[in-house]
Design a protein around this ligand. Structure first.
Ligand code: TXA
Ligand code: MG
Length: 316
């Protein structure tokens, strides 16, 4: 059992956080999407510690976070498609799967032995400052026990990982609220691997072409296991008539809702509220209770929200 420090969002804390990473420790840090559980991506011991702290299956690879585009070639081949996507959307809630560079210094645990690597340049100023201070690649999955609800506050991180990590930097709530969108950028056309905080439509509009759909047969992103983001109790979706005992979560004008993802039906606001409300509803419902969600439209960020809710509701 470690003593997990809660650090403020200051320059001193960022220096302290970088020192923790340099000695192979584990640090939870805010990004614009969710809090990440950071470790030195080139240190086997640190990366193994991330898997252990989360209880994460080791065949599920991690995202490597970087401060600057110039660092990408140290780890991966920056394909022409990746250059275009990076110019349009980095830093931000977008992760690109790229060919792993031969002789890359990454721990093989990061890529789970694949010949590709997922890379992201986050936009959150604290994450960027930490990445700059550290200087190298940081492996960071969401800072929650595997399969549970992702953390969007330092409190959520501690609820799941207190005593299992060295520190958390508390910079308040994450403003996007769902994980990054993941694209496979190895070919000529981007393929959507995970819906996330950058809407697919936004990418399609910028490029003037459609994204390739996820390949359903093979599990290209092994994190796409069915049950995920799960509260302890039961979750029902697309509910318009909740049972009396259910905690009902609304969207737009919903009658009888305990809480709402967005009273005005705004999907950006709903994404930012999603994990806050799942954490609150989980605490209220407990292991035997039930949570019911009103329908969310399958457009824009609604796709990422519905993806997370379907996994929360999936059989365990
Ligand atoms: O917003 C985010 O992406 C957050 C913050 C902390 O950056 N991170 C995050 O990490 O969501 P995680 O570990 O919870 O999800 C990473 C996903 C997993 O589904 C994993 O399978 C996929 O990325 N992934 C990683 N490397 C991959 C690769 N080489 N090919 C395909 N999928 C990969
Ligand atoms: Mg996760």
């Amino acid at each position: 059992m470690l003593q997990t420090l809660t650090l403020p969002d200051t320059a001193d804390a960022i220096a302290q956080g970088a020192a923790i990473l340099r000695r192979g420790g584990l640090l939870a840090l805010p990004t614009e999407t969710v809090y990440g559980l950071a470790g030195d991506a080139c240190n086997d011991h640190a990366v193994a510690g991330i898997f252990a702290a989360k209880g994460r299956p080791s065949f599920n690879p991690l995202i490597v976070h970087l401060a600057a585009l110039e660092q990408v070639p140290d780890y991966a081949d920056l394909t022409p498609l990746a250059r275009q996507l990076a110019a349009a959307f980095w830093p931000g809630p977008l992760t690109l799967v790229l060919p792993l560079r031969a002789g890359s210094p990454l721990s093989p645990l990061v890529t789970a032995g694949l010949d590709s690597v997922a890379i992201r340049l986050p936009a959150h100023p604290t994450a960027r400052a930490l990445l700059t201070a550290f200087g190298g690649g940081i492996a960071a999955p969401s800072a929650n026990p595997s399969g549970r609800i992702s953390p969007v506050t330092a409190r959520h991180v501690l609820d799941g990982l207190d005593g299992r990590i060295d520190a958390v930097i508390d910079a308040g709530a994450c403003n996007v609220g769902v994980e990054s969108t993941i694209l496979d950028a190895r070919g000529d056309t981007p393929r959507l691997l995970r819906e996330g905080g950058l809407a697919g439509e936004t990418i399609e509009e910028a490029r003037g072409t459609r994204l390739l759909p996820p390949e359903t047969s093979s599990v290209t992103a092994p994190g796409q296991l069915a049950s995920h983001y799960a509260p302890r109790g039961r979750v029902r979706l697309d509910v318009t008539a909740p049972d009396a005992a259910e905690i009902y979560i609304g969207f737009g004008p919903t009658k009888g809702a305990a809480w709402t993802l967005s009273a005005s039906g705004d999907l950006t606001e709903a994404a930012a509220n999603l994990f806050h409300i799942l954490h609150k509803a989980d605490a209220e419902a407990g292991p035997d209770g039930s949570i019911a969600f009103a329908p969310i439209p399958e457009i824009g960020l609604g796709r990422a929200i519905n993806d997370r809710l379907r996994r929360a509701a999936a059989p365990r």
